[in-house]
Design a protein around this ligand. Structure first.
Ligand SMILES: NC(=O)c1ccc[n+]([C@@H]2O[C@H](COP(=O)([O-])OP(=O)(O)OC[C@H]3O[C@@H](n4cnc5c(N)ncnc54)[C@H](O)[C@@H]3O)[C@@H](O)[C@H]2O)c1
Ligand SMILES: [Fe+2]
Length: 388
C-alpha cells in the first residue's frame, strides 16, 4: 500500500446543543475572553444570541463580531482581526457557514502573528517564527452543511476585486468543532441546496483526487456521499427534518475531513473565478461547472466515477464509461431536483466573459494539480462554453 498521512481536528462533538458543547471544549483552554465571529444572516436567523448568552452565563466575557461578508474580502478579514485585538480576545469561535469559519481561522492566527496575510497565501506559507505564542485557541460551529471548513486547514479569501486565494496550513485546524444539526434547520432552501451540493463536490473531488487520495479519505468520501445523497433531498422536501439536517451536517464534515487530506480539483478551480468575478454563491458556482468538468475527466479517467455510480446509483450497470456516465447524470438530476439552475447565463455571464474566466481558472494551480486529467486553457474555455 502507498504511504499516506492524515490529519484532522483533535476534538469533535455531534448532536449536543452548541453552547454546552462549546463550553465543555473551552474549559480545557482557560480562555476567559471569547470572540464569536459571524455574519448578519446568522445573527438574524437567531443563532448567535442563545450561544453568546449561554456562554456569558457560564462566566465568559463574550464579544460578537458580526460583520463577515460572504466570500470574505481580505479587508474584511483584517477588520475582524483588529476587532479581536481591540477586545483582547483569548479564544475565537467561528459561528456560521464557511465565510465566518474561514475568517475565524485567520483571526485566531493573525492576532498572534507578525506575518502579513498577503504572505500567507498558498500551501504551508505560514511562518512559525513570526507567531510568538502560537495562534489563539479556535473553535468552529457550522450553521451550513456545506464547506466542512470546521475540519479543514483552509481559509479562502477574496483578494482585490476578483481573485480567491487560500491560506492552507495545518495551523488552521481548529482545536475543536461542534456539530449541532438544530442550527441548520432554518437554512433557506436555496442555501441548503447550494451548500449541500458543495459538500457533495468535496467528497467527489476527494475520492477522485490525483494526489494524496488514501484509504481514510476514500472511506470518508464514500460515507459523506451516502449521507448527503439521502439527506439533501430529504432536507429540501422538509427543512425541519432534523434527521436529514443531521445527515447533511455529518456528511459535510466527513467530506471536509476527506478533502482536507485528498484535495479538491478542477470543479473548484473553475468555480472560483465565477464566484470571485460574478459573486455567485460558492455551491452554485460548483454546480455550474460540475457536469462539464466530470465529463471532461471521465473521457480519460472513468474508473473512479464508475465506482461512485456503484455506490449511489441504483441499478447502475454496463462498461466503466457507461457507469461513469450514470454517475454524472445522477448528479445532474439531483441538482436539478434541488431546483438549482446551473446555466452561467442565468447569473448574467455572457459569451464574452468566458476567456477571462478560463484565464483566471488556469491560475488555480494549487487545485488543478490535483485533477485526474490535465486542464488546459482551451479545455477550461470549452467547459465554460458548455456551462453557458
Ligand atoms: N475552508 C474551507 O475548507 C472551505 C471549503 C469550501 C468553501 N469555503 C469557502 O466558504 C465560503 C462559503 O461558505 P458557505 O457556503 O457556508 O456560505 P456562507 O458562509 O457565505 O453563508 C451563506 C449565507 O447563508 C447564511 N446562513 C448561514 N447559516 C445560516 C442559517 N443556519 N440560517 C440562515 N442563514 C444562514 C449566511 O448569513 C450567508 O448569508 C466561501 O468563501 C468558500 O470559498 C471554504
Ligand atoms: Fe467547496
Amino acid at each position: 500500500m502507498t504511504a499516506f498521512s492524515f490529519q484532522t481536528v483533535p476534538s469533535l462533538k455531534f448532536g449536543e446543543p452548541a453552547a454546552e458543547a462549546l463550553a465543555a471544549m473551552l474549559g480545557n483552554f482557560g480562555a476567559k475572553r471569547l470572540m464569536i465571529i459571524t455574519d448578519p444572516g446568522v445573527v438574524s436567523a437567531g443563532l448567535v444570541d442563545p450561544v453568546a448568552s449561554a456562554l456569558t452565563e457560564l462566566g465568559l466575557t463574550v464579544a460578537v463580531y458580526d460583520d463577515v461578508e460572504a466570500d470574505p474580502p481580505q479587508a474584511k478579514v483584517l477588520a475582524a482581526v483588529s476587532a479581536a485585538q481591540d477586545f483582547g480576545a483569548e479564544a475565537i469561535v467561528g459561528l456560521g457557514g464557511g465565510s465566518p469559519m474561514d475568517t475565524a481561522k485567520l483571526v485566531a492566527l493573525l492576532c498572534r502573528s507578525t506575518q502579513a496575510l498577503g504572505d500567507m497565501y498558498g500551501v504551508a506559507q505560514v511562518d512559525r517564527a513570526q507567531i510568538a505564542e502560537g495562534r489563539l485557541p479556535l473553535f468552529q460551529v457550522p450553521t451550513t452543511a456545506g464547506t466542512g471548513s470546521e475540519v479543514t486547514p483552509i481559509a479562502i479569501v477574496t483578494v482585490g476585486a476578483e481573485i480567491k486565494l487560500g491560506v492552507v496550513d495545518p495551523i488552521l485546524y481548529a482545536d475543536g468543532a461542534v456539530l449541532d444539526p438544530s442550527l441548520t434547520v432554518g437554512l433557506p432552501p436555496h442555501v441548503t441546496a447550494h451548500t449541500g451540493i458543495d459538500a457533495m463536490v468535496h467528497a467527489i473531488e476527494a475520492y477522485t483526487s490525483k494526489v494524496r487520495k488514501n484509504p481514510l479519505s476514500d472511506g470518508l468520501a464514500q460515507q459523506a456521499l451516502t449521507l448527503l445523497a439521502a439527506g439533501l433531498p430529504a432536507a429540501m422536501a422538509d427543512g425541519s427534518n432534523v434527521r436529514a439536517r443531521g445527515d447533511m451536517l455529518l456528511g459535510a464534515m466527513l467530506a471536509g475531513q476527506a478533502f482536507a487530506n485528498a484535495p479538491v480539483a478542477a470543479v473548484h478551480a473553475l468555480a472560483y473565478p465565477i464566484g470571485a468575478l460574478f459573486h455567485v454563491p460558492h455551491g452554485l458556482s460548483n454546480t455550474q461547472v460540475l457536469g462539464p468538468v466530470l465529463r471532461y475527466n471521465a473521457e480519460t479517467h472513468p474508473d473512479l466515477y464508475a465506482e461512485l455510480a456503484d455506490l449511489l446509483v441504483p441499478g447502475s450497470a454496463g462498461s466503466v464509461s457507461q457507469r461513469a456516465g450514470n454517475f454524472i447524470e445522477y448528479m445532474e438530476r439531483l441538482t436539478a431536483d434541488c431546483g438549482v439552475n446551473p446555466r452561467l447565463r442565468e447569473v448574467g455571464i455572457s459569451h464574452n466573459d468566458l476567456p477571462k474566466l478560463a484565464e483566471d481558472a488556469m491560475k488555480q494551480t494549487r487545485l488543478l494539480q490535483n485533477n485526474l486529467r490535465e486542464m488546459t486553457y482551451d479545455a477550461a474555455l470549452e467547459i465554460y462554453t458548455q456551462a453557458l
